[in-house]
Design a protein around this ligand. Sequence first.
Ligand SMILES: [Zn+2]
Length: 205
Amino acid sequence: MPSGRTHDRITLWALPWVTGFAFVQTRNANLTLLVAGGFIFGGLMFGPDLDIYSRQYKRWGLLRWIWIPYQKSLRHRSFLSHGPIIGTSLRVLYLGSIAVTVVLFSVVVGEKLGNKSWSWRIFCQTWGRSLLAYQREIIAVFWGLELAAMTHYLSDWSGSTYKRLRSSGIRGLLMHGKINKRQAIAQRRRRLRAKTNANRRKQRS
Ligand SMILES: [Zn+2]
């Protein structure tokens, strides 16, 4: 698996290509800028390696603690952090729900303090309208984030394939899938046995 520094370098090297690709697809400077911005943010701060203590995680500075529950609930390189589309979607939902909680809390406090411009109704209307009006922009940012994540998955995957190839040659690489399958079956059997034993013990007591 490539180091955080290598991932950073890959992001920066890929940036001009992604920008060019976005401009060819959208023919729109604003949308291109949003894709590029999403790509840099996704590559340097909002990537799949937020599931461990990584460069991406450290870059959140004082706010890094918000990712601790995310790390605790996901295994490193699991499908939920390193899976195409699902990884980015989950991170967006995670950060989005934190942001919404903070904003809602501020609205409640503002309302309690008697600030009339901070009401639920105005808040929901403004957000609803913005989401509808900026759909294209939101999608552009999402694609920037997702392209950064895809670059990450690809370099993780090619890094580990290269390592396996160096350590055990093509045969080892071909065998890897089979070994994994065999290991998974053995693990499942062991778990099943443990469960049956536990049930038996429960029945006896
Ligand atoms: Zn990774």
